[in-house]
Design a binder for this molecule. Structure first.
Ligand code: SF4
Length: 311
């Protein structure tokens, strides 16, 4: 296909950067984008080596209303198109060329599996050698548990890592935190994730938003061990970030007791750092709101090159 015919079928639009904020604490950067009438956010995450990972939004807002999440409180506007997700990553790459972008995680605004086809398309473009050139294993899709889509994803055999944000092993507790848990029971989600891990020859990856007095108990560790007996489990534990103050972070003693309970049952875990809290960039804080940190005045991106007619 010539450049001219390619440009005839492909868009060349870019996202408008409304704001960039850099955390004064840990170097996380939050982008506020506009596309059409909608705004959404992206987080540039500094990793060691050094390199960048990008936390990508898959929807403008979110319809699922998780109790501990700012995005859920603003409501849903629309699904993002594949190019709008890819462009979030490419904008970071263009504006911060001093490090390579080696990872992407669909864990920004929105539930990726409620925009399944577009998210898979975007991940494929990000992985492609002529696209984002990010290793498939370094692209993560995070879901709060849309069971039919987990099963479809497993059947389709994608290379990207899948992580289920479980956050409680008990249905009654989980429903109060993640309302979609009314439709998809913990036992069914656990079975689906076990099948997924078996098919991939991988561990079961779960995320756990840690909230004081809610999901830090021995009972949670015990139930996790029961649900995933015989599977290799890895729990990514992240402290809650709730600007409303409804949900509190566990202190060191409470968190350590939970970790000890997991370790005693042979459950692997890592404590994930949730950065950029001062710029509302941390997990659970994305609500298309500018403010905090230092405004970054990056040079305007270079205009898209005009068509070079090759033949
Ligand atoms: S945690 Fe995820 S699924 Fe739940 S409201 Fe927030 S963005 Fe939506």
């Amino acid at each position: 296909m010539t450049t001219r015919s390619l440009l005839a079928v492909a868009g060349t639009a870019r996202l408008k950067v409304l704001d960039r904020r850099k955390s004064g604490v840990d170097g996380f950067v939050k982008y506020l984008f506009r596309s059409g009438d909608e705004t959404f956010e992206t987080v540039r995450i500094p990793l060691q080596m050094p390199r960048w990972s990008v936390c990508v939004s898959s929807q403008a807002g979110c319809a699922l209303g998780c109790a501990f999440c700012e995005t859920g409180r603003v409501g849903f506007t629309r699904n993002l198109e594949p190019w709008e997700m890819v462009e979030q990553v490419l904008t970071v790459r263009r504006e911060a060329p001093e490090r390579p972008v080696t990872g992407a995680v669909f864990q920004g605004q929105g539930e990726p599996f409620q925009n399944y086809d577009n998210v898979i398309r975007a991940a494929q473009v990000l992985q492609h050698p002529c696209g984002g050139r990010i290793r498939g294993q370094n692209i993560t899709i995070s879901t709060v548990g849309i069971l039919p889509m987990i099963e479809r994803y497993t059947a389709e055999g994608h290379v990207f890592r899948l992580i289920l944000s479980l956050t409680s092993a008990f249905d009654d507790r989980r429903v109060g935190l993640i309302p979609v848990g009314r439709r998809y029971m913990v036992a069914d989600l656990a079975a689906a994730m076990r099948r997924h891990a078996e098919k991939r020859g991988d561990r079961v990856h779960l995320a756990w938003v840690l909230m004081s007095g809610i999901n830090t108990g021995q009972d949670e560790a015990e139930e996790l061990a029961r649900l995933f007996r015989g599977a290799v489990l890895r729990l990514s534990v992240i402290d809650v970030n709730d600007p409303t103050g409804t949900f509190k972070r566990a202190d060191d003693t409470e968190r350590s007791a939970f970790f000890t309970a997991l370790a005693r049952r042979g459950i692997g875990f890592i404590r994930r750092y949730s950065g950029g809290a001062d710029i509302h960039a941390a997990c659970g804080m994305l609500a298309s709101r500018a403010g905090g940190g230092d405004a970054l005045n990056a040079p305007p991106p270079a205009p898209f090159p005009g068509p070079r007619v090759l033949g």
